[in-house]
Ligand binder design. Sequence first.
Ligand code: FMN
Length: 374
Amino acid sequence: MSVEFRGRVFLAPLTKGGNLPFRRLCVAHGCDATMGEMAYARQIVRKSRSERALLRRHADETCFGVQLAAQKPDEAVAAGRIAVEYGAQWIDINCGCPIHDVVRRGMGAVLMQKPNALGRLVEAMARELPVPVTVKLRLGWSESTQNVSEVARIAEESGAAAIAVHGRTREQRYSRSADWQAVAQVASERSVPVIGNGDLLTYYETERLWQQSGVASVMLGRGALIKPWLFREIAERRSIEPTAEERLAIYVEFVRYLKEHFRDDDKGRERALRFLPWHLGFFCRYRPFPRERFEAQSIEHPLLQTRRDDDADDGELSVLERLLRDPREAVHARLAEVLWGAGDVEAAIAAALVLAAEMPPESGEAAEIATAHG
Ligand SMILES: Cc1cc2nc3c(=O)[nH]c(=O)nc-3n(C[C@H](O)[C@H](O)[C@H](O)COP(=O)(O)O)c2cc1C
């Protein structure tokens, strides 16, 4: 089976965020290449139900990859075979996860420090699996040990069909903006497609960085979590600035997918409400960022979580807009319940307005994109 890794905009693998209902939402808003949440190869082989659930693919996903956290080639191959039976069209190896527990067990970002071990993983998987194998790299473990060029070379020589590069090191987490020059360097050195990733939030910076870096494709993480319609913006080369009502309609659509996945009953509600408030924590960071005002700023300060809409006058925002921008977790929990209970968009708007009256915004609240995930 072959997969086109060039000329595409991928949804990044996102633990918790890349659940099947959210991926459907992205597909409905223009995404045609999705990836599942990172799944542990060992747990898949051991038939863990929760881990195998991460392999499920929706019929709407026409190009779907599974990401594995793996250390041992035999386990990675066995888990890869199972993922293919579930419908994976390619298998990616996670080489970027910074979480201590993952790294301690020899997986994730620690593979950046062990390129030969990664090479053996890729080689076995590329030889044994009927689908392409890819790797998702960071720039290195730390700035002083930045070795992405070497790791990417070994991955390609071992049989990787494409290489995604998140332009930060493990130690940087999200404290620095992604280094697209370093991503470009890898793209210039490799003949397999390189997929660039980091800090893409608007169509115009995606276009600029895609062209300047010479990558084959790009990948969206938090940008998609904040505004799933970013895929359509990039495809149509324009900003889409949905009103608060239009955004609420998108969240209602997401609830419909959650209900279809988890079921519209008490148990389904309980399970969906583990995800929905979390997603609202990303959705609330949406700001329009029109090109004419923000293009220069996006070059000077590309770090996604510190973008500010300084020109916005909070006083002019509608009640619904203020509610949807509210960063408080208590508001996200209540809004999630409102969305779950509302049958349609009109009912959701009416119930949201009641909620806004019950939970007025706190004074002096920063209209800021807070730091995301680790
Ligand atoms: C909530 C969240 C979960 C993530 N989970 C994974 C994961 O499971 N596997 C992975 O390779 N990267 C994971 N990442 C990293 C993203 O795939 C991506 O490389 C990173 O966020 C940079 O892209 P961005 O600036 O567009 O967000 C995660 C990121 C976030 C914010």
